[in-house]
Ligand binder design. Structure first.
Ligand code: 9MR
Length: 378
């Protein structure tokens, strides 16, 4: 009890004044874009009432952080497990949210059996096509009409514009991408389809993704949006770099979604990436803020986050959704990447589930400008 008491006091007293702060993020941004968050199964139960309050008050779009990846949905060939995914979709419906599925075809978090036969050899192109079709048809078909958009292919292109040498690519060549879009569209002709990737502001990747979009469209295949993940940090990318890609994707003829936004507040002296295999070993100096973020760093973080939000708002005609990769700092994957065991501060809500200054600033500014726009119209 001795140890729990301070935590209880902290939680009870935390952001009490802001708890009923109105309006919320989703109402302030209502005429701009959906504002979303990634969820884990335990956040759906409602037992964590603080998280539940933040999720349902501030967000109107959700994406599953892990439970719809192929290793969880189809751990063995033909054996599907939908319990967590079903609960996730139900949660979105109960709270009238825009539900996105993540992700159908990805080289990572994929069950071992997907590419190999019984003897452990690579399967033929034909078998892989059949496995892709069966996975996509079963999963998309199950949530037909309920999931509004799918990340069909995730992270298939490298920063220099070349194709990632995944098993999908090795066995099927570039064709695996159009095939995945085709199968998804056949399974639910109404559902929106997206290509999703990180480091989408790199010029090489940008050109290749624009080429891909144009090619899919030229073949008559459906692609509605490009997802720019946006796992950024305090040192880059610049607003201008990011904006150049928003413009380029929009010009290629699709909507843009910011699909996995978070901004690390920690030292990041490496090449930026969201590639989970790039884990770096722990060093104390790389984890300087275990007791909280110093005022000056927090001010910088909030200012840079505000600049990004303003960028997205300025491009609201092209951007249909901005989704944060998690609800609050304590649950973010970035505490473990690319170095395990750090204390990071990448999201809009802190470890006590309180909104950071940028949230209130955003709500205030949007409310004021919405009011001005309304009185102009009168
Ligand atoms: O946030 C996810 C984390 O919990 C998983 O351990 C990790 C495994 O690869 O995947 C994370 O989410 C990734 C997302 O699905 C695709 N883009 C990069 C994200 C961060 O790695």
């Amino acid at each position: 009890m001795k140890r729990i008491l301070p935590i209880l006091i902290l939680l009870l007293s935390s952001c009490a004044s802001q708890k009923h702060y109105e309006p919320t993020l989703k109402s302030a941004l209502a005429d701009k874009f959906y504002i979303g968050t990634a969820l884990s199964p335990w956040q759906l139960t409602g037992r964590d009432s603080l998280a539940h309050d933040v999720i349902t008050r501030h967000f109107n779009a959700i994406v599953p952080e892990n439970c719809m990846k192929s290793m969880y949905l189809q751990p063995r060939e033909g054996e599907f497990r939908f319990r967590d995914a079903d609960a996730f979709v139900r949660f979105g419906e109960e709270h009238d949210m825009f539900v996105t599925g993540h992700c159908l075809i990805w080289h990572s978090q994929l069950p071992d059996w997907f590419f190999v036969d019984e003897a452990g050899r690579d399967v033929s192109p034909e078998v892989l096509r059949q496995r892709m079709r069966s996975h996509i048809t079963t999963v998309v078909g199950r949530y037909k009409g309920r999931i509004k958009g799918w990340d069909v292919v995730n992270e298939a292109i490298m920063e220099d514009g070349s194709y990632r040498k995944s098993k999908f690519y090795e066995i099927l060549g570039e064709e695996f991408i159009p095939l995945a879009f085709q199968y998804a569209h056949e399974a639910d002709p109404e559902v929106e389809l997206y290509y999703n990737d990180y480091n989408m502001y790199f010029p090489g990747k940008r050109e290749a993704v624009c080429r891909l979009v144009r090619e899919l469209k030229a073949r008559g295949l459906r692609i509605d949006a490009v997802g720019m993940q946006g796992h950024i940090d305090m040192f880059g990318p610049s607003i201008e770099e990011f904006e150049a890609s928003i413009n380029a994707y929009a010009e290629a003829g699709v909507k843009v979604m910011i699909t996995e936004f978070d901004m690390s507040a920690l030292p990041s002296p490496w090449h930026r990436s969201a590639n989970i295999s790039d884990t770096i070993s722990y060093e104390q100096r790389m984890n300087p803020y275990t007791q909280g973020l110093p005022e000056a760093v927090s001010a910088q973080w909030n200012e840079r986050m505000m600049q990004y939000m303003q960028l997205f708002i300025a491009h609201a005609d092209d951007i249909t959704r901005v989704t944060l990769w998690g609800v609050c700092d304590g649950n973010s994957w970035r505490n473990g990447f690319p170095i395990r065991g750090r204390t990071d501060y990448p999201l809009l809500f802190d470890r006590q589930y309180c909104p950071k200054p940028v949230v209130n600033q955003l709500i205030e500014e949007l409310t004021a400008s919405n009011k001005r726009a309304r009185s102009k119209r009168k």
